[in-house]
Design a binder for this molecule. Structure first.
Ligand code: NDP
Ligand code: 8X3
Length: 258
């Protein structure tokens, strides 16, 4: 029996990209899934697909905007009793909007990025952590970014949000050092998902330009690493991982050979 079989895994932002790929990898490993996102129709579709493919796993879908603290609170009450004991939390939901200098960024953009990437992650973590503390087991996996330790012009708010995630992950690691609860942060470089499409307001051609001339990472590449970290023996904690495509050397240093 694999180490992830029968584990209850909660994923935020499971409707696309890295979150969706994680859902697939955990389902393949026999984990039960709590799939959340704002686009409930997408997670329900995924849930149905997994139920057919892996009939032994339990799946619960829940519409969640991580910015809505009340909805985060209601999630725990809404969970079926056999899924309440969450073993793995993947804090994945996140986004960037636009590419603007700090002096030009709108209030709405600041609020959306910070409320989602930072406050949303905090709301979800604060809600789920007591369940893990009570059981003295669990694993929190935060999706940070290369932008959590580096910065680039026209990405100030996003970089600030991911620096905050880095601070939260490292703080949790300290605060949970006397428990068996693990804290992992995965920091991807360029991953081709809906990330850039969302950034550029649905402009797919502009989004495609970001990855032109190089082979970016895929959601699956990151999901495999997340599942690897989650499936280590209980005494092993992979604290921090930076993952680049082979032609990326720093957040804005890329080679485009193709
Ligand atoms: P996608 O846009 O493909 O996926 C983002 C996911 O987050 C979607 O499922 C979306 O679901 C969800 N989401 C966005 N806002 C909210 C919200 N308010 N409440 C709940 N869910 C929300 O991008 P990625 O898969 O690339 O992004 C996943 C994570 O990876 C993010 O944290 C991102 O910052 C990080 N990352 C991405 C990199 C990249 O190059 N792609 C690099 C480094 C880090 P829905 O819209 O249905 O709510
Ligand atoms: C995403 C990294 O450089 O595309 O976290 O903004 S970047």
């Amino acid at each position: 029996m694999g180490r992830l079989e029968g584990k209850n895994v909660l994923i935020t932002g499971a409707s696309s990209g890295i979150g969706e790929a994680c859902a697939k990898e955990f389902a393949k490993s026999g984990s039960n899934l709590i799939l959340t996102a704002r686009r409930i129709e997408l997670v329900e579709k995924l849930g149905k697909e997994f139920s057919q493919k892996y009939p032994s796993i339990k799946i619960f879908t829940y519409q969640l905007d991580v910015r809505e603290k009340a909805k985060v609170d209601q999630l725990v009450a809404a969970l079926p009793s056999d899924l309440k004991n969450i073993d793995v939390l993947v804090n994945n939901a996140g986004l960037v909007i636009g590419a603007d200098k700090i002096e030009n960024v709108t209030t709405e953009t600041i609020d959306t990025i910070i409320d989602t990437n930072v406050k949303g992650l905090l709301h979800v973590t604060r809600t789920i952590l007591p369940i893990m503390k009570e059981r003295q087991k669990g694993h929190i996996i935060n999706i940070g970014s290369v932008s959590g330790t580096q910065v680039y012009a026209n990405g100030g708010v996003y970089c600030a949000s991911k620096h905050a995630v880095d601070a939260i992950s490292r703080t949790l690691l300290l605060e949970l050092v006397d428990t068996p609860i693990r804290v992992t942060q995965i920091n991807p470089g360029m991953v081709e998902t809906e990330f850039s499409v969302v950034r550029f307001g649905g402009d797919k051609a502009k989004a495609d330009k970001v990855y032109e001339g190089l082979q970016p990472l895929t959601g699956e590449d990151i999901a495999e690493i997340i599942v690897f970290a989650a499936s280590r023996p209980d005494h092993v904690n992979i604290a921090d991982v930076l993952v680049y495509p082979v032609n990326q050397g720093a957040v804005t240093t890329v080679h485009r050979p193709l």
